[in-house]
Design a protein around this ligand. Structure first.
Ligand code: NAP
Ligand code: GCO
Length: 265
C-alpha cells in the first residue's frame, strides 16, 4: 500500500470554529499532513488569536470571521475562500456549543441556539461546499458528532438532540452525494479536555476531583480524559484518500466508553 494515501498534500481544508480546542488540534494535524488550513470563528479577536496560535506552530492559516449559523455569511465566506485560497476539498464541521440546563428549565430560545450551531450550521456549511466538490470530482466532509449522538444524560437535551441529528445528517449526505465521490463521515469524541468540558473537571473547594471527572475516569477503560490530539490521527484518516470507501460512518474516539459498563465504585 502507498502510504501517500494518508497525505493531504495539495488539499484545502476548512475547519469551522478552529481558533482553539478540538478544531485547532485537527487543523494542526491537517497542516502536518500537507493541507492548506482555512478556519473561521465568530469574531475578529478569536480569529486573530487563532492566527497567532497557528503562526506559533509554523502554520500559515487563512482566518475569516463568520458565524456558521448565518447562511448568507457562509455562502459569501465560501465564495471568498474559493477566490482567495481555492476550492475547499475538506470541510470539518467542528464549531459547536453546549448549554447544560435541565430540560424543563431550558428556554426554547436556548434549545434553538444549540440546535442552530450544532446541527443547522453543519447543514449550512456542507450545503455551501458540496456544489464545488461535485464539480471538482471529490470531497470530504467530517462532522464532529459526540457520544451524545448515541447516549443521553441529564442537562444536555438540546446538545444530544443536535448531535443525534448530526449523525443522521452525516448518513444522509453520504447517501445523497456518495455517487460524486464525496465521503461524509463523523468523528464521535468521548470526553475531551477542552474549554467546553472545563466546568466538568473543575477541582472542588476541598481540592478533590469534580464528581463528574471521577465518573468519567471510572467509565473510561483508558481511565483518562481524552486530549484533542487523540483525535488527530482519526481526523487525518477520514480526510485522506485512505478512507475513500468509508462513508456515512461515525468513528468514535472515546477511549472505549461506549463499549464499557464502567468500573465498580
Ligand atoms: P470549544 O473549546 O468550546 O470550541 C468550540 C469552537 O467553536 C470555538 O472556537 C467557538 O468559538 C466556535 N464556535 C462556537 N459557535 C460558533 C459559531 N456560531 N460560529 C463560528 N464558530 C463558533 O469546544 P471543543 O471542545 O473544542 O468542541 C469542538 C467540537 O467538538 C464541538 O462541536 C463539540 O460539540 C464537539 N465535541 C466536544 C467534546 C469534548 O469533550 N470537548 C466531545 C465530543 C464532541 P467561540 O469561542 O466564539 O464560542
Ligand atoms: C457533557 C459533555 C459532553 C462532551 C461530549 C461527549 O456535558 O456531557 O460536554 O457532551 O462534550 O459531547 O462526547
Amino acid at each position: 500500500m502507498d502510504m501517500k494515501a494518508f497525505s493531504l498534500e495539495g488539499k484545502i481544508a476548512w475547519i469551522t470554529g478552529a481558533s482553539y480546542g478540538i478544531g485547532f488540534a485537527i487543523a494542526e494535524a491537517y497542516a502536518s499532513a500537507g493541507a492548506t488550513i482555512v478556519f473561521n470563528d465568530i469574531n475578529q479577536d478569536l480569529v486573530n488569536k487563532g492566527l497567532a496560535a497557528y503562526e506559533e506552530k509554523g502554520i500559515k492559516a487563512h482566518g475569516y470571521v463568520a458565524d456558521v449559523t448565518n447562511e448568507d455569511a457562509v455562502q459569501a465566506l465560501v465564495k471568498q475562500i474559493e477566490e482567495e485560497v481555492g476550492v475547499i476539498d475538506i470541510l470539518v464541521n467542528n464549531a459547536g456549543i453546549i448549554r447544560r440546563i435541565p430540560m424543563i428549565e431550558m428556554s426554547a430560545a436556548d434549545f434553538r441556539k444549540v440546535i442552530d450551531v450544532d446541527l443547522n450550521a453543519p447543514f449550512i456549511c456542507a450545503k455551501a461546499v458540496i456544489p464545488s466538490m461535485i464539480k471538482k470530482g471529490h470531497g470530504k466532509i467530517i462532522n464532529i458528532c459526540s457520544m451524545m449522538s448515541e447516549l443521553g444524560r441529564e442537562t444536555v437535551s438540546a446538545y444530544a438532540a443536535a448531535k443525534g441529528g448530526l449523525k443522521m445528517l452525516t448518513r444522509n449526505i453520504c447517501s445523497e452525494y456518495g455517487e460524486y465521490n464525496i465521503q461524509c463521515n463523523g468523528i464521535g469524541p468521548g470526553y475531551i479536555a477542552t474549554p467546553q468540558t472545563a466546568p466538568l473537571r473543575e477541582r472542588q473547594p476541598d481540592g478533590s476531583r469534580h464528581p463528574f471527572d471521577q465518573f468519567i475516569i471510572a467509565k473510561t477503560p483508558a481511565a483518562r480524559w481524552g486530549e484533542a490530539t487523540d483525535l488527530q490521527g482519526p481526523a487525518v484518516f477520514l480526510a485522506s484518500d485512505a478512507s475513500n470507501f468509508v462513508n456515512g460512518h461515525i468513528l468514535y474516539v472515546d477511549g472505549g466508553i461506549l463499549a464499557y459498563i464502567g468500573k465498580q465504585p
